[in-house]
Unconditional design. Structure first.
Length: 390
């Protein structure tokens, strides 16, 4: 049985396997799953683009087809980035497995288990939220139409399709086929960010766990009341603890830098795309004459985007917080109760720890809750501008 079949990481393995990007899966199975996903993703994108181009003179068609196309472009960016960094993902996963083998018992093992459990909970919450939005988005036209047929009214309610293609295709003739196609396509559109982002959460939680282990070890040094300033190295327990923490810290920095470089480009494109997507979605609610099924569809898509960027910002903020706490722990430890050589090492580590670990979007933005707040403010500004020039 694979290490990643345990209760903590099993879901991450399943999510990546669905889109054919699990690094340790057979090439045949990966290629098969990947081809199925790409077929549905690109065919639905082609239909939406066809409808947009054919109805380019109609504002409502532009608004209703532009939003899903922007979401699809974001998903394609995530997918392409995931394919390009697959070797980095494999390296990160092997690193995680190796760490668990080294820290196989004691308090450090308990810390790893605690953070891995948090990772599992975060992944379940994230996947549940996005899959719920997928169901709301795809089934609303059918559900609303069914409810309206049961109501005692003489008026007929005609729910709109999920995107505008009635000017190029006979919707009534192909409605069931198109609904099945968009239902499956939307599933894969949601599955790509779930798989990619939950892997990102896994790595962030692992780094936070390592910071917690280092914090635990640093807090234990200098507890003895009897202090020798220049003890023998073999008898200097604090010195060996500090050396171990420094090695772990160098390992954590290397791990977080690899993770940041893997996601830097996609996160930069994601931030710009999300601002445009949210602007179009909110403007669509105001500028277009919407029916109840359209309102639910737009709200579901908007909430999915907000959940998506919120979880990425929250987990990135956790990395910043944990690395900053490590600096505070070094500063506040019992450094005066350890040897001179240990103090010197702590001083050097303290200088490096003043710069927290960060996940960057390109070289322009730092992923954090502050960036999330700025993104929402920018969205509202562009929304106000767009509605003012209507």
């Amino acid at each position: 049985m694979s290490f990643y079949d345990n209760r903590y990481y099993y879901l991450n393995k399943r999510f990546l396997s669905i889109i054919g990007q699990w690094p340790f899966q057979s090439r045949l199975k990966n290629n098969l799953m990947f081809c199925i996903m790409v077929f549905f993703l690109f065919t639905v994108t082609a239909l939406e683009f066809w409808g947009l181009v054919a109805g380019i003179t109609d504002l409502s068609i532009i608004m209703e087809n532009a939003s899903p196309l922007l979401v699809n472009s974001l998903v394609i960016v995530k997918l392409v980035n995931c394919v390009c960094i697959n070797y980095k993902m494999k390296k990160l996963l092997e690193d995680v497995e190796e760490t668990w083998k080294v820290k196989h018992k004691g308090p450090e093992k308990e810390i790893l288990c605690c953070y891995a459990e948090e990772c599992r909970i975060f992944s379940i919450q994230y996947a549940t939220a996005l899959y719920a939005m997928w169901l709301f988005y795809t089934t609303t036209p059918i559900v609303v139409s069914g409810i309206c047929t049961l109501l005692p009214t003489n008026e007929t309610y005609s729910a709109r399709f999920l995107y505008r293609v009635e000017h190029v295709l006979d919707i009534d003739k192909y409605f069931n086929l198109l609904m099945l196609h968009v239902f499956i396509s939307a599933f894969y559109i949601v599955s790509v960010p779930i798989a990619v982002d939950t892997f990102f959460i896994l790595c962030i939680q692992h780094v936070c766990a390592l910071f917690k282990c280092m914090k635990y070890n640093i807090e234990r040094i200098g507890n003895s009341e009897f202090v020798l300033l220049k003890p023998n190295i073999a008898d200097d327990k604090a010195y060996h603890v500090v050396i171990s923490c420094i090695k772990s810290y160098k390992h954590v920095l290397k791990f977080s830098d690899l993770l940041s470089s893997a996601y830097a480009t996609s996160f930069l494109l994601m931030l710009g795309n999300v601002v445009i997507c949210l602007t179009f979605s909110t403007a669509e609610l105001v500028m277009v004459d919407n029916q109840i099924d359209e309102i639910i569809r737009i709200l579901a898509a908007t909430l999915a985007q907000l959940v998506h960027i919120y979880y990425l910002s929250l987990t990135s903020q956790r990395l910043i917080d944990h690395s900053s706490e490590f600096h505070d722990v070094i500063y506040g430890c019992n450094w005066y109760n350890i040897s001179l050589r240990s103090r010197h090492l702590l001083r050097l580590t303290l200088l490096r720890a003043t710069k927290p670990c960060q996940i960057k979007a390109g070289k322009l933005f730092i992923m954090s809750m502050e960036t999330f707040s700025t993104l929402l403010k920018s969205t509202m500004s562009y929304f106000t501008m767009l509605t003012s020039i209507q």
